[in-house]
Design a protein around this ligand. Structure first.
Ligand code: KG4
Ligand code: ZN
Length: 322
């Protein structure tokens, strides 16, 4: 049994997963409400809240799985990338539990975790495949050759904002609460996606850019008075979402022409209903596993190297991928 821990951003998560990839429990305690009043995640507040939530989250994950720490043989934790103070809470908790129990600890790359959400039962996707990873912090196209992170090659990435960041910033311009992706998704269903002609950046290769789109929305919003904005919000949301989804779909389809041809989508933005509908043949991560969770971290740990007891006491968290 693997105990997974994830605290890279504003979700405090713990999960129990078997080595065969069955989820026994997955507890996600979101801090979104706490950060909503600031319009985004405040790192210092996130760290403090992780500190309060981490032990209850772990206890609940064990209880829901009907196991105790005696049944756990591996501890897995997100080591990065993410908010450094937030990561350190999870890493310290994981070290404490592993050290106290004499267990090995597996440091997991958060991006590997998102991809590994596809390896859990009942999906159990086998490489090779092309993966679109779209979240609040990252937007990447990946060539996945093996289940280990070493077997993954980056084909393209965003040159500025991540797709989820574009959703969140767009939502803010529209006066919607944080986190905005799900809010735009909901509001867009009532609007006309052809109402506003928002640009899709044309870049060579498989890279993305979303900053021009955000500026286009800013100008569209500035041209409207308060009443007009209220009336046109669904149209703005639908047109803005359409532009993000088109950019993602175009490049994902262009990338998935390799030998396997299979396309998979993971990360918070993979929860978007229009994106899922626009890629009916893609393997999409199950909805509860799209946004940050610890089951995907435990899943990735099955394909990463454990660090033996004592050695991992020197393990550090890392903030950025490079
Ligand atoms: O993977 P995730 O939980 O955290 C990161 O690793 O960044 O992704 C969070 C992002 C946020 O930007 C959020 O707005 C976006 O995923 N998101 C969505 C939807 N649900 C969450 N974006 C579009 N449509 C959704 N339904
Ligand atoms: Zn994530």
């Amino acid at each position: 049994m693997i105990l997974g821990i994830e605290t890279s951003c504003d979700e405090t998560a713990a999960a129990v997963v078997t080595h065969r990839g069955e989820i026994r429990s997955s507890v996600v305690s979101s801090q979104a409400e706490l950060h909503a009043r600031y319009g985004g995640v405040v790192p210092e507040i996130a760290s403090r809240r992780h500190l309060e939530l981490i032990s209850p989250a772990i206890r609940e994950a064990l209880a829901l799985a009907g196991v105790s720490l005696d049944d756990v043989d591996t501890v897995a934790v997100t080591a990065g990338p993410g908010l450094i103070g937030a990561l350190l809470v999870g890493v310290s908790a994981a070290k404490g539990i592993a050290w106290g129990r004499g267990l090995p600890l597996v440091p997991v790359n958060h991006l590997h975790g998102h991809v590994a959400s596809l390896y859990l039962a009942p999906l159990e996707l086998e490489p090779p495949f092309t993966c679109l990873l779209a979240s609040g912090g990252h937007t990447m196209l990946l060539d996945v050759r093996e289940r280990s992170w070493d077997g993954v090659r980056v084909l393209g990435t965003t040159l500025d904002d991540a797709a989820g960041e574009a959703f969140d910033k767009g939502a803010r311009l529209l006066g919607l609460p944080y986190p905005g992706g799900a809010e735009i998704d909901r509001l867009a269903r009532e609007g006309d996606p052809a109402a506003f002609a928002f640009p899709v950046a044309r870049l060579p290769g498989l890279d993305f850019s979303f900053s021009g789109l955000k500026t286009a929305l800013l100008y569209a919003v500035r041209d409207l008075d308060r009443e007009q904005l209220r009336a046109r919000r669904p149209d703005l949301a639908a047109s803005y979402q359409r532009a993000i989804v088109r950019a993602l779909v175009e490049r994902a389809e262009a990338a998935a022409t390799g030998d396997s041809g299979t396309l998979a989508i993971v990360g918070g933005v993979a929860a978007n209903s229009e994106l899922r509908a626009a890629l009916p043949d893609a393997v999409a991560a199950p909805l509860p596993l799209c946004t940050d969770n610890a089951a995907m971290i435990a899943s990735a740990a099955r394909y990463a190297d454990p660090v033996p007891a004592a050695e991992y006491l020197a393990l550090d968290a890392f903030a950025s991928a490079s």
